[in-house]
Design a protein around this ligand. Structure first.
Ligand code: SF4
Length: 331
């Protein structure tokens, strides 16, 4: 899956084997990934720094969230991408819904979502997402998807139906959608925008130089164009984007990316540490320090980007409501 998402920076919060490693050892099939060599000669050691310790998934609220999702047969990127924040988010009854199935038509090497031939689109899914949001007591709902490049509209109408279903079920709800690039299809983007999400997110994921390696089916300029279209066609809908760091980018390249997204009218940005889901995924180059994350935040804010969430465990959907705060509710 792309990004888109998601929460593209994912790994087990507990050191040792990841879920993905366990699935591989259990014989589950996943599209074979290319062999990737680290870009630097001194890859980081196996020990994760203290600032990357996440809450271990457990507790009554955590189980309640899981039960509602299973009852309604819904996917979340939290589980499908093995997000390190799942313990925290599910314990707060928060989740990021993954629509259009959990099989992606692309195979980005950083992402733990399965790639292959997806199932047909489930027409009842929008209503079930809305029902889950109501049962979880959510007022800020984040919805993302796998890439569905085989669909003529890229799945954009399904996104639109999901946004409308949530607004109908919870009139006060704010909906943030984290969308794929729809292969640059402007009509698909308009379909989503016309359903009036409160935030339109599309993750760049990485700096321009690393696109071929990190996001081989994506194009940096195509994604920038999408963000530009959001800001120019629907200025009342904030455009948001995010990247993961620690995969070989330089500080100067991240600064350049921040200037690029600002120039497109993006008003919200997230930066978080990449954590490989397994040994067969894109390798980690380095752990970015909290000081460097603070630098990116200050740099982005100084450019004029309204919200910059930057930190080791930041994901595009992590505390998304708080991230959106000032931006969404500006009159
Ligand atoms: S950060 Fe996002 S993807 Fe990760 S658990 Fe929280 S809501 Fe889910």
């Amino acid at each position: 899956m792309e990004p888109t998402g998601v929460p593209s920076t994912s790994s087990d919060p507990v050191e040792g084997r990841s879920d993905s490693d366990r699935r591989n050892q259990a014989g589950e099939k996943r599209k074979p990934l290319r062999q990737y060599q680290p870009l630097t000669l001194t890859p980081p050691g196996p020990r994760r720094p203290d600032w990357l310790r996440a809450r271990i998934p457990s507790g009554k609220e955590y189980q309640e969230t899981k039960a509602i999702l299973r009852t309604l047969d819904l996917h979340t990127v939290c589980e499908s991408a093995n997000c390190p924040n799942i313990g925290d988010c599910f314990s707060r009854h928060t989740a990021t819904f993954l629509i259009l199935g959990n099989v992606c038509t692309r195979a980005c090497p950083f992402c733990d979502i399965r790639s292959g031939k997806p199932l047909p689109v489930d027409p009842d899914e929008p209503a079930r997402v809305a029902d889950a949001a109501r049962r979880l007591g959510l007022h800020y709902i984040v919805v993302t998807s796998v890439n569905r490049d085989e669909l003529s509209d890229g799945g954009s109408e399904h996104f639109a139906q999901t946004i409308r279903a949530i607004h109908e079920a919870i009139p006060s709800a704010k909906v943030e959608v984290l969308i794929p690039d729809f292969l640059g299809d402007e009509a698909a983007l308009r379909t989503v925008l016309e359903a009036r999400p409160e935030v339109l997110n599309h993750n760049l994921e990485t700096v321009k130089r690393l696109y071929k390696r990190v996001r081989p089916a994506g194009k940096y300029d195509r994604s920038l164009e999408l963000l530009h279209r959001v800001a120019s066609h629907s200025p009342a809908i904030p455009a948001k984007s995010g990247i993961m760091v620690g995969i070989g980018e330089t500080v100067e390249e991240v600064e350049e990316l921040l200037r690029d997204v600002h120039a497109q009218g993006v008003s919200m940005v997230t930066l978080g540490q990449y954590l490989p889901p397994s040994k067969s995924h894109l390798p980690l180059e380095r752990y970015v320090t909290p000081d460097e994350f603070a630098h990116y935040r200050e740099y982005g804010l100084a450019l004029g980007i309204r919200q910059v969430a930057s930190g080791p465990l930041v994901r595009s959907s992590y505390h998304a409501e708080e991230q959106a705060g000032e931006t969404v509710f500006i009159p």
